[in-house]
Design a protein around this ligand. Structure first.
Ligand SMILES: C[S@@+](CC[C@H](N)C(=O)[O-])C[C@H]1O[C@@H](n2cnc3c(N)ncnc32)[C@H](O)[C@@H]1O
Length: 367
C-alpha cells in the first residue's frame, strides 16, 4: 500500500485531474501517453515537477546521485575539466535541487555555469541555492561550446507507449472509464508507428519509445559547436531495452521512496519515468554529426574518473565524516544500487578520444 497524500496535495491532484478530463473530453475520451505524462509532470503549478512537492532527497520521492553527497559531482568534475577549453561554459539540463551545480561550481569555478530548467518551481529553488554563481537560460543557445550535462533528465521526458499485438501495432493512451483514468489502445500511426515497426519484439509486447528524448538530442546536436554532452541515466542499449522477456516495458513511478507501476496514482503527486534507450540517443547524435565518445556503466565511469582518489582525500580517521562518504561511494558503485543500471553516454564534436571516464570498459560498440 502506498502512503496516503496530505489533503492539500490531494486537492492539487484533483485540480490537475480536472484539466486532464477537459483534454480527454476534447479528444473523444482519449489522449496519447506523451500528453498525459506531460500534464502529470509539467503542467504549470500542478504537474509533479512544476508543483510544490519536495521531489528529491529524503523528504521527497527519490534520491539521485547528486543528492547523496558531493562525491558524484567532484568525480564528474574530473571529466568535465578534461573536456572544457578556456572561455567555454558548462550547461546543465534539469538541475533539480541544484546539488550537482553546487558541487561542480565549488570544485571547478567555471567561467560560466548555465542551467536550462523547464520547471519554474525547481528553477526558483536552484536560484535560492546558487544565487549569482549560475545563470538560467530559457532555451538552448543557437551555438554552444563546452560541456553539457544531463543527470536523470532523459528519463523524465514524455514517452510514447506502444503495444505490439496480434492484430498490429497499437498506441497506448489514456481514457476515463467509470470515473477512473485507465489505459486505452488505438491503432498506432505516424512517427510512433514508424519507430515501432523498426523494433523487433515477440507478440504480445508492450514498451516505450522516447521520441521527445530523440528530438532533444537532435536539437542539441545541431547546436553543439564544440564540446560534449554527458547524459547519465538508467537505461540500456536497444537490444536489452526491447529484450524478448521485458514484455511490460519500463514505465516506473516513484512516490515517497517506493517504486510502483500505477501511472494513474494521484496525477501530479508522483514521478513517472521510463528507462532510456541509449542506442536511440546515440543514433540521433550520430545523425546530427556528433561522435559517440563513450558509453559505460556509472561504476566503470566513476572508477575511471578516479572516484577512489577523490574518496582518499577524505580523512579516514574521522569516522563521522568518512562513513557517509564511504556509503555514498557504495551506492554510486554497487551493481545492486546505481553502479550497473545507470549508464553514462558521451557524445560530442571536436573532442579527442579516449576520454578519462571511458579509458577502460567503454561499451560504445553495444549501442
Ligand atoms: C529526475 S529530475 C533530476 C534532477 C537532477 N538532475 C538530479 O540529478 O538530481 C529531472 C529534472 O529534469 C528537468 N527536465 C525535464 N525535462 C527537461 C528538459 N527537456 N530540459 C531541461 N530540464 C528538463 C526536471 O524539471 C527536473 O529538474
Amino acid at each position: 500500500m502506498l502512503p496516503e497524500p496530505e489533503a492539500d496535495a490531494l486537492a492539487a491532484s484533483a485540480m490537475l485531474l480536472e484539466r486532464i478530463r477537459a483534454e480527454l473530453q476534447a479528444g473523444g475520451n482519449w489522449i496519447g501517453f506523451p500528453r498525459y505524462m506531460e500534464l502529470a509532470l509539467y503542467e504549470p503549478g500542478l504537474g509533479y515537477y512544476a508543483g510544490g512537492s519536495a521531489k528529491l532527497g529524503p523528504p521527497g520521492d527519490f534520491a539521485t546521485a547528486p543528492e547523496l553527497g558531493t562525491l558524484f559531482g567532484r568525480t564528474l568534475a574530473r571529466q568535465a575539466v578534461e573536456l572544457l577549453q578556456p572561455g567555454e561554459a558548462i550547461l546543465e539540463f534539469g538541475a533539480g535541487s541544484g546539488a550537482l551545480a553546487k558541487a561542480l561550481i565549488e570544485e571547478l569555478a567555471p567561467e560560466r555555469y548555465l542551467i536550462l530548467e523547464t520547471s519554474a518551481e525547481l528553477r526558483a529553488r536552484q536560484q535560492a541555492r546558487l544565487g549569482t554563481r549560475a545563470q538560467w537560460i530559457d532555451r538552448l543557445p543557437e551555438r554552444f561550446r563546452g560541456v553539457m550535462l544531463a543527470n536523470e533528465v532523459a528519463d523524465a521526458m514524455p514517452v510514447h507507449a506502444l503495444a505490439w499485438r496480434g492484430n498490429g501495432i497499437m498506441e497506448r493512451g489514456v481514457s476515463e472509464v467509470g470515473g477512473k483514468l485507465s489505459w486505452a489502445e488505438r491503432p498506432a500511426s505516424g512517427e510512433s508507428q514508424a519507430a515501432a515497426r523498426r523494433i523487433e519484439v515477440p507478440v504480445p509486447y508492450e514498451s516505450e519509445i522516447g521520441l521527445v528524448g530523440r528530438a532533444w538530442m537532435k536539437l542539441l546536436a545541431a547546436r553543439l559547436e564544440r564540446g560534449a554532452l554527458l547524459a547519465i541515466d538508467y537505461g540500456f542499449p536497444q537490444r536489452e531495452y526491447y529484450h524478448p522477456q521485458r514484455t511490460m516495458g519500463t514505465l516506473m513511478c516513484h512516490y515517497r521512496h517506493r517504486a510502483h507501476g500505477d501511472v494513474f496514482f494521484h496525477p501530479g503527486l508522483q514521478d513517472i519515468t521510463a528507462h532510456v534507450d541509449f542506442s536511440a540517443l546515440a543514433q540521433e547524435a550520430r545523425e546530427g554529426g556528433l561522435e559517440v565518445l563513450g558509453y559505460a556503466n556509472q561504476a566503470q565511469f566513476l572508477v575511471n574518473c578516479g572516484i577512489t582518489e577523490v574518496l582518499e582525500r577524505e580523512d579516514a580517521s574521522d569516522a563521522a565524516r568518512y562513513a557517509p562518504r564511504a556509503s555514498e561511494a557504495q551506492k554510486l558503485l554497487s551493481p545492486a544500487e546505481m553502479g550497473e543500471l545507470f549508464k553514462v553516454l558521451a557524445v560530442g564534436r571536436g573532442v579527442s578520444r579516449p576520454l578519462l571516464g571511458f579509458a577502460s570498459g567503454d561499451r560504445s560498440h553495444t549501442l
